[in-house]
Write a protein that binds this ligand. Structure first.
Ligand code: PEP
Length: 255
């Protein structure tokens, strides 16, 4: 935290989890949020099948909603894909782009991620651009090189400081229970802030930089206290209202 003007963000990524009944969890998160000071944003990105219902369940609360991916085009012959405009049309405000599971499972390159982020801007959405190194890359001492190159290639030309969010997610820490040490997180987040400063002079402090990778109620306070960590992208622990709200509480306490 303490990176100046950024409003923190606690974002949940439900991945391929959730059926209609999961909207009870949304209702619990939405009502729970009202008990905390309004000093940080809170977001859930459910699977596309639930987004409409989740938008409805969150309406009238501080809970924001978004999707987990979008296509670069606004419409057309792309079976199974959804456009950023479709997400905006049903009330979503954010879209996760370039998650490591999509980079790995669907061969998404940083160039494709940048095109999707442009699509998000076109539709009025805020993209959460994910970057992160594999264990092999870390062990080869290539973390900073990999993350810097993904960041440079994934931010689209028309971006500016406030228009997007970056999520640093070491691939080896996602869904594994292994958490990056505060030192490892600080090193990468500092580097991301430095790169943003070079690309967007005077606006680097306007971009939220989230940490993601096995963030839980038990480790959130420590991770969120790291300089230049402006919030979290949370997978597993976002599926339970109690755990997700505990992470949000840890974020609010830092302010
Ligand atoms: C994620 O899906 O982005 C993530 C960080 O997952 P988890 O919290 O389960 O590691």
């Amino acid at each position: 935290m303490e990176s100046g003007m950024v409003r923190p963000l606690i974002a949940g990524n439900w991945k391929m989890n959730g059926l209609s009944q999961s909207c009870d969890t949304i209702a619990s998160i939405a009502s729970g949020l009202a008990t905390y000071d309004d000093v940080a944003d809170c977001l859930i990105c459910p699977p596309a099948t639930l987004l409409s219902k989740v938008v409805e369940a969150a309406s009238g609360s501080r809970l924001k909603t978004g999707a987990q991916d979008c296509h670069a085009s606004s419409s057309g012959a792309h079976t199974g894909d959804i456009a950023a405009e479709m997400i905006a049309d049903i009330g979503g405000e954010y879209v996760i782009i370039g998650h490591s599971e999509r980079r790995a499972d669907h061969g998404e390159t940083s160039e494709m991620v940048a095109a999707k982020a442009e699509a998000a801007f076109r539709a009025g959405l805020t993209p959460i651009i994910c970057i992160g190194e594999t264990l092999e890359e870390r062990e080869a001492g290539r973390t900073i090189e990999v993350v810097s190159s993904q960041l440079a290639g994934s931010i689209p030309a028309s971006a500016f400081g406030k228009s997007f969010v970056v999520a640093y997610e070491p691939v080896w820490a996602i869904g594994t229970g292994k958490v990056a040490s505060t030192g490892q997180v600080e090193e990468v987040h500092d580097k991301i802030r430095e790169i943003l400063g070079e690309r967007f002079p005077g606006q680097a402090d306007e971009t939220p930089i989230l940490y993601g990778g096995s963030m839980k109620p038990g480790n959130a306070a420590e991770l969120l206290a790291v300089e230049n960590v402006d919030g979290g992208l949370i997978g597993g622990a976002s599926l339970k209202a109690e755990d997700f709200l505990a992470i949000y509480a840890a974020c609010v306490t830092q302010k």
